[in-house]
Design a protein around this ligand. Sequence first.
Ligand SMILES: *[C@@H]1O[C@H](CO)[C@@H](O)[C@H](O)[C@H]1NC(C)=O
Ligand SMILES: *[C@@H]1O[C@H](CO)[C@@H](O)[C@H](O)[C@H]1NC(C)=O
Ligand SMILES: *[C@@H]1O[C@H](CO)[C@@H](O)[C@H](O)[C@H]1NC(C)=O
Ligand SMILES: *[C@@H]1O[C@H](CO)[C@@H](O)[C@H](O)[C@H]1NC(C)=O
Ligand SMILES: [Zn+2]
Length: 430
Amino acid sequence: MMLPWAAAALAVLSACPSAYAMPPLYQPGDLDNNNGTANGTADGNSTSTDPMAACKLPAHINVWLSSGFAPNFFDCVPSQGTVQGFMFFVDFPDARANTTEVSPKGIYDSIVPAANDWIKTSSYGQVSLDIAADTSKFHRMPAATSSYGWESMTSEMHAQYVQDALDAYLEDQALPKAIDVLYVMAPPSASGFPNSLTTAFNPKTRPKSAGGEVMVARRAVTMGIDVYDPSHGYRVLDHETGHTMCLADYYPTDRTNSLGYFVAGFSVMGDSTQPGPDHFAWDKWRMGWLPDMAVECVAVSDMMMTTRHILTPLEQTPESGKTQAVVIAVSDTKALVAEARTRNGVDDQFCGPGVLLYTVDTQLSSGNGPIRVLNNTPDVYTCGGYPANRAPLSFEEGRSRSLTAEEFSVTVSLTDQVGMDQFIIEVKRI
Ligand SMILES: *[C@@H]1O[C@H](CO)[C@@H](O)[C@H](O)[C@H]1NC(C)=O
Ligand SMILES: *[C@@H]1O[C@H](CO)[C@@H](O)[C@H](O)[C@H]1NC(C)=O
Ligand SMILES: *[C@@H]1O[C@H](CO)[C@@H](O)[C@H](O)[C@H]1NC(C)=O
Ligand SMILES: *[C@@H]1O[C@H](CO)[C@@H](O)[C@H](O)[C@H]1NC(C)=O
Ligand SMILES: [Zn+2]
């Protein structure tokens, strides 16, 4: 979950702490205010001769976490390379950590290495998490869990929570050097904090605290107790880390429907409890994990006849000559994407292999369905929690081999398959 808000100054990265190392002291010279102005492409004025240009739908600056290219959002954590994180642990007067049952180090060990393996696998080794931690104790928060209003939290209230946590930590420890992500962990007893949140602003210490107002990180992630629920587990940290890179929520944030209402179990940014939670090819392309060569771009306006494509499963490491996504653009705000999902990588529990189709709409904000999985397979619960987990086109009995996206005036059909390595599709204009 990520609450919209404006932002302030920007931290420049510096030396990397390693896990469990004591944090080096913050240096005032590490601050650099560039106002967070990213390269704007919000007007869609693509001047390049890039053959993929029609498919690289630009992000819209006035749409909260618009799922397009070149996001214009403030100071996102880079989606390639090492994420420098720092984690500390808090508890509350009304929700003390029971230290005979839990320890900061035990929590760290049960979550961070697994979350790091997950994102390394999903990113084909392009992202790793280097999360140093203070595991000496749970730092006591000044106020009770109930006082933070978690259920109806605003961004300003969230900032108060982060500042209280920093105050509690700073009583005992020095501030970590400017980093990408600050992770604040609540204990399993903090039942008032059912879910985790990521800031859209740079967390800072209070102006009145020793040393004055100081930038701490590009983003703060405050963990709720969902991370201790074995069905979500460490993947909550991967979901929130996705937000730090400015990915949207793909579940309906108004919560009037199930978490899988828009995307079934196909993204960690939707319902992370599901068996096929890898990031979509669309997001992997946007984050630089899939190179352009792994994507075939079809602009519907140029399309005279049927095109054929051979899809290599998304979970395989990109290789020259292999295609892992077909993007069919109908406008500069909408596209249809085809990718093959199999039981590999972080989808190793997946049970509905085949060619997944979904729409992307850069004008829909986070939580309002910017990505929507298309499904015309009859509802049968045989794979995880959602019938649409069997939406991918497949030759398996009871599944669909072809799907028409009326809005896009195209039909996509699975015409052949070589084991679980090649899925041959036809895209036909109707
Ligand atoms: C930040 O933006 C404001 C308003 O656009 C501008 O006046 C100021 O010079 C900018 N600061 C920096 C450091 O770029
Ligand atoms: C904007 O794009 C140009 C050209 O791609 C690049 O050199 C520059 O570093 C970018 N600036 C920012 C703030 O991303
Ligand atoms: C946008 O495109 C128009 C028409 O092609 C051109 O005149 C204008 O200079 C472009 N603007 C930018 C910022 O590239
Ligand atoms: C802490 O956990 C231990 C072991 O489960 C239990 O015996 C004890 O009652 C707990 N203490 C509190 C204050 O809940
Ligand atoms: Zn979220």
